[in-house]
Design a binder for this molecule. Structure first.
Ligand SMILES: Cc1ncc(COP(=O)(O)O)c(C=O)c1O
Length: 555
């Protein structure tokens, strides 16, 4: 329709060009996911309009208009939980409070464990300790001697259990101690790591960096350098570190003008890739297969029960194959960002798991054997940092601590150990094992009539909620009381290390069910029969509107 109007109005020679541009623009708009996450600029604008407000202690228990007896039950349970936290975690919490004044990261994470309206009361009564004393097996121990099953996964680093990484660090340090912290020249272990990584990635060359974010920066920079094109394509909701170009929406104060955020698993996206001439690369974070087009699920955004997840291996494999084909057709560089999932899904990572070979792969997290790292593997022609014909035309990349001997030592241990029979055994039937563990727990949750469901991508879980509620985020506090440690994003991302035995898993499942039982009994999942996720959202919008008006008048 728009095309017809433009064309009919033209008559002039220049307007067909305009019409072609408009068509391309329209195609791009249609390839964006319809959510705010898919519209970075709009997302940022909307975020800037949301006013701060929070609930007082009465509203806190009744924000869903629960009857007085339910609110009273919640209040009593909340205070009981608060007493338990106070008795159980005094030293961990005291040090966290003391340190928070000088640690901006702590302030941020403490603030964003739950939706902001509830945060003040939660921080007051259920403060969470952020310090730990030790780790062993599948557990961590806090400053008060409490032992937790560790489902934080150390942001995904912890794949084989804490003791595995302690050994990698210790033995790696022994290997490189004679050279020590010398930089610039390399310790010989580095050469061995390169050979192993070439085999694992199926690619020609390797570069070492200090974090996953930096390896992604380098991958995109090289793709731009070699294609001479400006834009990168990332998919709606995908995290690739905190560099501005891969984080165009909320969280980044400046616009990322050379980034297209397109819908994952969408034919319209393929159309854009086929037609646009300025696309250098496509960045894929295979973790998105668990929740395509949705951001990393954090309990701070768990305002209702709208969070959805579900992994369809066949469909995602088809999608990656389609991407591979269109990238080949158009000379676009296909990058798999395996910083999170690398080594977790299979010894050869996502490329082995899905059977699709990218042009560049980024790794990080677990590959450092417990020390910080980012790694880029790539095709030889794409990794070259200079032009043979134009000596001053280079693609610059440095980093003081790249290839640090201690990191290379721990990595060498990691790469050796994953070939050992005990570790190879853990990969055997991995997918089946975690799918069946997830199904077993889901069966227990269903039998207990709890509105909770677990979805998994191998050993990575996300928890969703099946009946509309405003209080699902409370589950993380019940889980903690049961001795389960979660990261600050709460039940959105739960990460197991592969050394959880069936016995360990059963113990976790028992505690999980116990937490749900307590949560149910204490009335948090009470819901008005007419409540839907939509009505909850509408109500929150109304609250925001009221506070926005109030703020304006207040000024
Ligand atoms: C897929 C992916 N890419 C990049 C990064 C950034 O890595 P780092 O935190 O080491 O900078 C992360 C971190 O979570 C990640 O999950």
């Amino acid at each position: 329709m728009l095309m017809t109007v433009l064309y009919a109005a033209s008559g002039a020679v220049g307007l067909p060009v305009l019409a072609i541009k408009a068509k391309a623009r329209l195609e791009l708009s249609r390839a964006k996911h319809r959510s705010l996450t898919g519209h970075a600029r709009m997302g940022r604008r909307v975020a800037s309009l949301i006013p701060f407000y929070d609930y007082d202690e009465d509203q806190f228990f009744q924000s869903d208009d629960a009857p007085a007896d339910v609110a009273a039950r919640r209040r009593e349970a909340f205070m009981r939980l608060s007493d338990l936290y106070r008795q159980r975690f005094p030293r961990s919490v005291a040090l966290t409070k003391e340190a928070a004044a000088g640690v901006s990261d702590l302030q941020f994470t403490s603030h964003y464990r739950v939706p902001f309206q509830y945060s003040r009361v939660v921080q007051q009564y259920l403060p969470t300790g952020s310090f730990l004393a030790s780790s062993s097996g599948v557990t961590v121990t806090d400053l008060d001697g409490n032992v937790f099953y560790d489902l934080t996964g150390s942001y995904g680093v912890n794949l084989f259990g804490h003791d595995f990484y302690k050994e990698c660090i210790d033995r790696g340090a022994e290997r490189v101690r004679d050279l020590g912290p010398v930089l610039g020249a390399y310790h010989p272990v580095m050469a061995g790591n390169v050979e192993r990584l070439r085999a694992i990635s199926g690619l020609d060359e390797v570069s070492f960096h200090m974090s996953g974010t930096e390896s992604v920066m380098q991958a995109v920079r090289l793709a731009r350098y070699h294609t001479g094109r400006s834009h990168l394509v990332r998919f709606c909701g995908a995290y690739h570190g905190w560099w501005g170009d891969v984080q165009p929406g909320i969280g980044n104060p400046t616009p990322a003008d050379n980034t297209y955020t397109l819908a994952d698993m969408s034919e319209r996206t393929l159309q854009v890739l086929r037609h646009r001439k300025n696309i250098a690369c496509v960045l894929v974070n295979p973790l998105q297969a668990l929740h395509p087009n949705q951001p990393a699920p954090a309990d701070s955004s768990l305002v209702d029960s709208g969070r959805k997840a579900g992994f369809d291996r066949a469909a995602y494999t088809e999608w990656l194959k389609a991407l591979r084909a269109v990238c080949d057709e158009r000379g676009i560089v296909l990058i798999f960002d395996e910083v999170f999932v690398g080594f977790r899904l299979a010894p050869g990572g996502a490329r082995e798991f899905f059977g699709v070979q990218p042009d560049l792969i980024t790794y990080g997290k677990t590959l450092g054997g417990g020390l910080p790292v980012g790694v880029l593997c790539g095709r030889g022609d794409l990794m070259r940092r200079y032009s043979p014909d134009h000596p001053v035309d280079v693609c610059f990349a440095r980093g003081t601590f790249n290839s640090h001997p201690y990191v290379m030592g721990a990595m060498a241990e990691f790469l050796n150990r994953i070939d050992a029979p005990d570790i190879r055994d853990q990969y055997e039937g991995l997918d089946r094992l975690w799918n069946s563990r997830t199904q077993n727990l889901n069966a227990r949750l269903q039998a207990g009539n709890f509105p909770v469901k677990v979805d998994n991508l191998s050993s990575i879980w996300t928890i969703s909620y099946t009946r509309p509620s405003r209080y699902n985020w409370m589950l993380q506090y019940y889980l903690r009381a049961e001795g389960i440690a979660l990261s600050w994003v709460g039940t959105g991302r739960v990460i197991f290390s592969l050394n959880f035995t069936d016995g360990d898993f059963e113990a976790v499942a028992d505690r999980f069910v116990a937490a749900c039982e307590a949560m149910q009994k204490d009335g948090w999942w009470w819901a008005n029969a007419t409540a839907t996720n939509k009505t909850i959202k509408r109500r929150i919008l109304r609250e925001m509107w009221t506070h926005r008006r109030f703020l304006r008048f207040g000024r």
